[in-house]
Design a protein around this ligand. Structure first.
Ligand SMILES: NC(=O)c1ccc[n+]([C@@H]2O[C@H](COP(=O)([O-])OP(=O)(O)OC[C@H]3O[C@@H](n4cnc5c(N)ncnc54)[C@H](OP(=O)(O)O)[C@@H]3O)[C@@H](O)[C@H]2O)c1
Length: 310
């Protein structure tokens, strides 16, 4: 089978298509013929070495996938089932490949309403938003939620989840993404290029941060007493956590995990018509370097996905 691998750290050009032996499923696992692969900014940081989660190359990137079960050494699926998920995250899942062996428990059935491309785009961002807003944030109907970076992968799903929970949703995004995020249900859009959210936003119950940097610290003042900041980006800084606690607020960092219960909850929202996935652009498998150039550029609207004909 073909995989995308790299022999050294560096720019998108280090990613190359190579032949590799097909993986073998073990008992409790399935072998999935991959139809689409969702890309995440993290993979660009692994590729260039900024974040050495997988160590030194050679390695195969990738977690988000959608495809068809070819072999099932499990009672959970049968050959022919369409599945999606983010198996094994954050251990290497080698998902930039034509076939992937994965724990059955880390995959769920693909909803008919989603194409393989859309399904492959959902797991990492969907579970990050779900775990941040629901499992950690405990967002409830009537809450005021601020989603930072609402036009991006995590943000665009988070807006929809928060709306589905009955929250009032504010979001930061550039003006070019206003129509997009309003279409997803955002009640108030703060164009971060013109307006400082810290000056205009108050009484927030839960902030979901997808930006890091000083956004976390500057979000402290927008929370109501007892409010909760959940960040997908910032490091757990003891001094900063102490300041949140001293102000009567909560601070949580999230490291997303491949929870199948959360995935099923996302599927339920899709089935109810409350969640859709926006794919900005797809690239054929061989054009992975171009897809990574888009990731490197930032300013994404939704997701970038690789497609396979296998
Ligand atoms: N901890 C975890 O488990 C976990 C899981 C998933 C993702 N993450 C991390 O979360 C971050 C976001 O991921 P993603 O997939 O959503 O990234 P993304 O798709 O690249 O989205 C980022 C979005 O933020 C917007 N943006 C940039 N600067 C902004 C600002 N100052 N204010 C408001 N919006 C701004 C960008 O577009 P515009 O600039 O055009 O508005 C873009 O739409 C990444 O660092 C990723 O690695 C962490």
């Amino acid at each position: 089978m073909r995989v995308i691998t790299q022999q050294k750290l560096g720019g998108p050009e280090v990613l190359t298509v190579a032949d590799a032996p097909e993986p073998r499923a073990l008992p409790t696992e399935v072998l999935v013929r991959v139809k689409a692969i969702g890309l995440n900014p993290l993979e660009a940081r692994l590729r260039d070495g900024e974040f050495p989660l997988l160590g030194q190359p050679p390695f195969v990137l990738g977690w988000d996938l959608s495809g068809v079960v070819e072999e099932a050494l499990t009672w959970r699926f049968r050959p022919g089932d369409e599945v999606f998920g983010m198996p094994l995250f954050p251990r290497a899942a080698n998902a930039y490949a034509e076939a992937v062996a994965a724990p059955a428990l880390h995959l769920v059935g693909k909803p008919k309403e989603l194409s393989h491309v859309e399904a492959a785009a959902l797991p990492v961002v969907g579970l990050t938003a779900w775990q941040g807003l629901v499992d950690l944030g405990g967002v409830a109907a009537g809450d005021r939620v601020l989603v930072h970076g609402g036009g991006g992968g995590v943000g665009h799903v988070a807006i929809q989840i928060a709306k589905a929970l009955g929250a009032q949703v504010l979001t930061t995004a550039s003006e070019s993404k206003r129509e997009f995020v309003e279409g997803l249900g955002a009640d108030e859009v703060i164009d971060y290029t013109k307006v400082d959210f810290a000056e205009v936003v108050r009484d927030i119950d839960v902030v979901l941060d997808t930006l890091g940097g000083d956004t976390v610290e500057r979000s402290l003042g927008v929370l109501r007493p007892g409010g909760h900041l959940v960040t997908a980006v910032a490091e757990e800084d003891t001094e900063l956590i102490g300041r949140f606690e001293a102000a009567g607020m909560r601070f949580s960092g999230i490291a997303v995990d491949p929870d199948p219960v959360g995935l099923r909850n996302l599927v339920a929202l899709v089935d109810q018509g409350k969640l859709r996935v926006h794919v900005q652009e797809t690239f054929p498998f061989e054009r992975v370097a171009d897809a990574h150039r888009l990731l490197d550029g930032g300013h994404l609207q939704g997701k970038v996905v690789l497609t396979l004909n296998s």
